[in-house]
Design a binder for this molecule. Sequence first.
Ligand code: FCB
Length: 441
Amino acid sequence: MDFKRSDFPEDFLFGAATAAYQIEGSAHGGAGPCHWDSFAQVPDNVIGAEDGSRACDHYLHWQSDLDLLRDAGMDAYRFSTSWARVLPEGRGKANPEGLDFYDRLVDGMLERGLKPFQTLYHWEMPSALADLGGWTNPDVHKWFADFVQVINRRIGDRVHATATINEPWCVAFLSHFLGHHAPGLRDIRATARAMHHVLKAHGAAMEVLRAEGQENCGIVLNFEATGPVDDAPENIAAATRQDAIFNRWFIEAITNGRYPDEAMEGFAPHMPPGWQDDMALIAQPIDWLGVNYYTRGLLRAAPDMAWPAMKPVEGPLPKTQMGWEIYPQGLRDTLVRLARDYVGDLPIYVTENGMAWDDHVENGAVHDPARISFVSDHVRAIGEATREGANMKGFFYWSLLDNYEWAFGYEKRFGMVHVDYVTMTRTPKASYREYARALRR
Ligand code: FCB
């Protein structure tokens, strides 16, 4: 990789990210069922009908997995704490084994000199709460706030940073409008409610964290570099709608207490009653912003379709195993735009960025030059954004390990470390070694 740690300020952190359901193995340790378990049981929802019951068996291998982070010289580890593992029924009685697991995990990070970056919700809606409508239920923010208090009282004294929610766009739009993620709905009313409730839950969680004296709290949003496929006015308008729904909805609510007009065009009739009264809760200050960035999105108008009447178009750039175009410039543009239009000097972390590739172990090694270039180019883009005014504080590669890639099952390999899902053998890829080398320089 053609960057060195010394290119960045001393307080800039390098790390890697994972999420509970994608690696732990939800069958271990008394975790309750979550909506991904049942979503995976419906034909065509998940490739191979796979779920996260075993995943990478990280619940059993967490110590050697943390060693991998330390041995690469990383500064920080972004992990998540599963709601369904901590509260198997979503509310009420906590699972002592679950709390003990996260307690040991955080101590394990500290023993290895890794700063714990916790995410409170990375998509395990407990089934008992999904039964009540999950993110569409007007009480979901209260349930979430109670969970936040339970887990925070156990490990909050040792975590370095806390994020409330991972990728609210995926939680709400991808899961309730496009139907690609659990709970797999395709309903605009459910979507409008989820789009709002997920932010209200963020606000309620921030309130709990502040009341508990927790410092360094933020949220992780995902962004894409959105643009029209050409200059036709209808395609420009389509891209503007996508930008409003995907990129602007969450950050504008958090920083300005309002929702973009181009998104409200579709959602206004379906918003939960009294939503305006929640905007102050949603817009309370955060201490840092997490940005997940993978690719760009090209749009064209689709006038025959229902609102938002647009379709993604396949672009011409080289693509990853996900079919996502590789577009590092979009990361720079996103970060510069966020600093300029929304967050000013607020610390920003790239909390996820990475690529999937069809990696194979050959003679004990995994040769992944495409990933090495990908990381180099995106880390360079972060450096450029810093020079253009974004207050960049860190980079987390997604992901430490190959893992359960949601609707794609185990087919897509994002890890810097290869996982053999039969033997659970971990094999560091060439990119892992290169990352470690860059961090030593
Ligand atoms: C993000 C998710 C993460 C992973 C990557 C590839 O949307 O936060 O869990 O699936 O994409």
